[in-house]
Design a protein around this ligand. Structure first.
Ligand SMILES: [Zn+2]
Length: 407
């Protein structure tokens, strides 16, 4: 068995892994890093089939390039393919708005759908003598781990969450010879999840009691739904603006992939949607607004930042990792934020809460031990050595991009 990373081994973003056994070659994920300018993986050769773990662009962003160039069949769960379509279309709009050349056209994206093959958890597909079985990876609804059975068993995790959240149940280990696992949080722990959610609700309550508006920037896919389900425990007057609205609808259309569709629906029913300028005005007079973008870089959140920037009773509640160089990161590090091209020192309060959809360091170690592999390949992380140092027993590989490794 040989593997090569086209991207995303030593960094988080633009993931792509070639997997070769005998004459069969598979590709797991093919993403891009939505930075400015965007970063892409190495060019993929023709493969027998591609498997997409989930919809986030760092895993899916180059799929239309692949189907356009090589007419490759792409296997993934139904919610993954539906949400990927939405995010890929949005990535074309962002590229056009920011003046970058997209690696594929809207026609490529339309035609990609002809190569999408849906498959559910615990089902198996056979490609060139290899059997590939899908298991839930936690992370977001539909996120998949792939178990490949040939002469030996290999597991590719994609992005992994082992604790159960309001939205999805945590992933369970799968026994294998080779485990290829993400390492985003290598060397870092998460605070207790329930404690984070409690602190978030307490903070929002204090903002509401002071008569302020709590602006909750959240990624549209996964995070928005987690946040809405958490907020639904209290009776806040909550509005939702941005792409999270469409993702909500996709998730309730695929009930088998959400922990409780009933609870997601209840949370949605307690949330009012912003569709128009009048809706924005109503949201500004409400208690909580959940909106994209999660890192304050454009999107509907800008109008809410503009409205509350001089109000010390209002607050911004960040709910995700803020990538260096983003507006959200600048707010956290410098207390400054860019609004309409102008750098301002806002008077609103701000705090970050941990709603991560990735396993923390100890969970990764526990998961690896549960899989009992002979060898572990650490990928999708910029601090992989910290995880390698914590593993005793299996052989550990920290691959570099653009090199073949025989396992
Ligand atoms: Zn992800």
């Amino acid at each position: 068995m040989d593997i090569e990373f086209l991207g995303g081994a030593s960094q988080v973003g633009r993931l792509g892994m070639l997997f070769r056994v005998g004459g069969t070659q598979l590709l797991f994920d093919y993403g891009m890093l939505p930075a400015r300018p965007p970063e892409y993986p190495l060019e993929a050769p023709p493969v027998d089939a591609a498997f997409l773990s989930h919809a986030h662009l760092d895993h899916s962003g180059m799929i239309p390039w692949l189907t356009g160039h090589h007419r490759t069949d792409v296997f993934a769960t139904p919610p993954t393919l539906d949400v990927a379509d939405l995010l890929l279309e949005d990535s074309l709009k962002v590229a056009a708005a920011e003046g970058f050349n997209a690696p594929f056209s809207s026609r490529d994206l339309e035609e990609a759908a002809h190569y999408f093959q849906t498959i559910d958890f615990e089902e198996t597909v056979e490609v060139g003598g290899l059997e590939v079985t899908l298991h839930s990876a936690g992370h977001i609804p539909g996120a998949t781990m792939f178990e490949v059975n040939g002469h030996e068993t290999a597991v590719f995790t994609g992005d992994l969450q082992t604790i159960s959240t309001d939205l999805v149940l945590g992933a369970k280990p799968v026994k294998c010879d080779t485990l290829v696992i993400e390492s985003t949080y290598a060397g870092r722990q998460h605070p207790d999840r329930l404690k984070s959610e409690y602190e978030f609700l307490q903070f929002v309550k204090s903002v509401v009691q002071m008569g302020g508006l709590a602006v909750v920037p959240a990624f549209a896919v996964g995070r928005t739904q987690e946040v809405l389900m958490c907020l639904a425990r209290e009776r806040f007057e909550t509005f939702l603006d941005g792409m999270g609205r469409s993702v909500n609808s996709i998730y309730v259309d695929h009930p088998g992939y959400v922990r409780s569709t009933k609870r997601l629906r209840q949370a949605m029913n307690r949330t009012r949607l912003v569709h128009s300028a009048r809706g924005v005005d109503r949201a500004l007079g409400a208690e909580v607004i959940v909106c994209t973008s999660g890192m304050l870089d454009g999107g509907p959140v800008v109008r809410y930042l503009r409205a509350i920037k001089d109000d010390p009773n209002s607050a911004v509640c960040l709910t995700g990792f803020q990538v260096p160089g983003t507006n959200g990161r600048r707010l956290m590090d410098e207390g400054m934020v860019e609004i309409d091209g102008e750098l301002v020192k806002p008077r609103f309060q701000f705090r970050k809460f941990d709603f991560s959809a990735h396993a923390g360091h100890d969970e990764l170690v526990g998961f690896i031990e549960g899989c009992a592999p002979k060898r572990v390949v650490l990928m999708h992380g910029d601090n992989r050595q910290a995880l390698a140092d914590a593993l005793h027993g299996p052989e550990v590989l920290l691959p570099e991009e653009g090199k073949w490794y025989s396992l």
